[in-house]
Design a protein. Structure first.
Length: 132
């Protein structure tokens, strides 16, 4: 009985995963042949974290950012993903670049930077107190 209830949702999730995997593989192939731009690059960045290990994903985020320095949205997305992956300096840089290119992203970019800096300082203080 419970299987019949969850089966439709599970099938939808499985289909979405398979479609995302196929999209990722196609974009990965294209990225190996040419620099991705615009929506293709943004989709690739969103999928990389799901289908690559962290170290390889960070390389992709870095490369996508460097190849698209004049695309505010891509700089923003790359910066967010780099922050999530622990690459703080590069994440801050990409978010700052996005804010410079598009003032409508400035508040969000600076909020992300401040949030991560605050969390980092809080974690640093917490570790210092534990050491004492």
């Amino acid at each position: 009985l419970w299987q019949a209830v969850i089966e439709p949702e599970w099938n939808q999730r499985h289909t979405r995963f398979q479609n995302d995997r196929l999209r990722f593989e196609k974009l990965q192939t294209r990225a190996g042949q040419q620099a991705l731009r615009g929506d293709s690059a943004r989709r690739y960045i969103k999928l990389v974290g799901r289908f690559m290990d962290r170290e390889k994903a960070v390389t992709v985020y870095r490369n996508m950012y460097q190849a698209n320095l004049n695309d505010a949205g891509l700089c923003f997305n790359s910066g967010c993903e780099m922050l999530k992956s622990g690459q703080l300096r590069e994440g801050y840089e990409a978010l700052q670049r996005a804010a410079e290119l598009d003032s409508s992203l400035a508040n969000r970019a600076h909020a992300m930077i401040n949030e991560h800096r605050h969390a980092w300082i809080h974690e640093d203080n917490k570790m210092a107190k534990q050491a004492c």
